[in-house]
Design a protein around this ligand. Structure first.
Ligand code: NI
Length: 151
């Protein structure tokens, strides 16, 4: 377990804009990555972190909104509905910026766990918002892209 360096916008934008690759091998390196993401997220007091944010272009992210720790490998949002009431959003790669982003309130997510098992689960509220934010990272999308009235 280790705390990794979180890359930042705008200096590391080139990497943050890359599309991450699907995970096909579920091995000890993946477990280490998941553990490091967890430690790094907690250390930085974030609600979520994607592998790309530590410079690893794999479709892996973690989310912790205070209630429980979630891990997603190759996540796909298969269904979404509603509108989230939580307005302010931030990102560990974009320090000190908080903006209103409209996100769904409920998402169905297909993903794999650290062992490669296929899962599908429904998430609501803050968790749904955080998962949408992290899934965007895997496609090189930053939350500032989704702010309606860009300053
Ligand atoms: Ni982020």
């Amino acid at each position: 377990m280790a705390i990794r360096n979180i890359i930042k916008y705008p200096e590391d934008e080139e990497t943050l804009r890359k599309v991450s690759k699907p995970v096909t091998v579920f091995d000890d390196r993946l477990v280490s990555l998941l553990e490091d993401l967890k430690d790094t997220m907690h250390h930085a007091k974030g609600a979520g972190l994607s592998a790309v944010q530590v410079g690893v272009l794999k479709r892996v992210c973690v989310v912790n909104t205070g209630k429980r720790h979630l891990e997603f490998i190759n996540p796909v949002i298969v269904k979404q509905c509603g509108k989230n009431k939580i307005k302010e959003e931030g990102c560990l790669s974009i320090p000190n910026v908080w903006e209103e982003v409209i996100r769904p309130n409920k998402v169905d997510v297909k993903f794999q766990d650290r062992f490669g098992n296929c899962c599908q689960e429904t998430f609501i509220g803050y968790e749904a918002k955080a998962i949408c934010h992290e899934c965007d990272h895997l496609d090189g999308i930053l939350f500032i892209d989704r702010v309606k009235n860009k300053k």
